[in-house]
Write a new protein. Structure first.
Ligand code: HEC
Length: 182
């Protein structure tokens, strides 16, 4: 008899332990919420593509607000962006370093886009996307140039992979190539 009572008691305890109500309406459960699983990624365009980060992922350290416009650099918000990096010799040196990696190939080390010395620019010119001399930067705001580098357009490719701070350094360097008012 004792054994039976004990058995019943433990069965009752077990069934209570396993009880779980399932009505999200009545009482939502914490485990039922959107969650990103390890290695989960968005749809691939091709099986050999690397995994992409799940939609909505924000890079560590935050993200710049996207400028939704066909020509982002020309928007008033882009033009008005203040340059947070002081134009020091260190900043210019860093800007030169980044410019020579990313921009020189099309615009030339002096920014003058002399086609005869730039095979890539020559080739692009054939397709109607000729890199232009950067003398015009004199008339552009820092925010315009910063955003132009990020998005490119209309014909220049964008360079969002250049971190924001480096893009400001490039802007500062451009000011040494073509000083404002010069
Ligand atoms: C693959 C070639 C290519 C590379 C690399 C490139 N550009 Fe350009 N760039 C162009 C072309 C083509 C244009 C003209 C069409 C346009 O504005 O989209 C241009 C235009 C510009 C203009 C606008 C000039 C004007 O008067 O409108 C700026 C400023 C500029 N580039 C800066 C840069 C900087 C800074 C970099 C490096 C981060 C860079 N470009 C890298 C091809 C390139």
């Amino acid at each position: 008899m004792r054994a039976r009572v004990a058995l019943l008691a433990s069965l009752a305890a077990l069934s209570l332990g396993c009880w779980e109500q399932n009505s999200a309406e009545w009482f939502a459960q914490m485990k039922e919420q959107p969650a990103v699983q390890a290695l989960e990624s968005g749809p691939k365009l091709h099986p050999s593509q690397p995994l992409r980060p799940p939609a909505g992922t924000i890079p560590f350290g935050g993200m710049e607000a996207r400028i939704a416009s066909p020509l982002p650099a020309f928007t008033p918000e882009a033009r008005a962006l203040p340059n947070p990096v002081a134009n020091t010799p260190e900043s210019q040196a860093r800007g030169k370093y980044v410019f020579n990696i990313y921009c020189k190939v099309c615009h030339g080390a002096d920014g003058m886009a002399k086609l005869d010395t730039l095979p890539v620019a020559q080739r692009l010119a054939k397709f109607g996307a000729q890199p232009v001399p950067l003398v015009t930067v004199r008339g552009y705001t820092d925010g315009f140039l910063f955003t132009k580098i990020r998005y490119g357009k209309p014909l220049m490719p964008g360079y969002p992979q250049i971190p924001a701070r480096d893009r400001w350094h490039v802007v500062n360097y451009l000011r040494t190539l073509f000083p404002t008012g010069g």
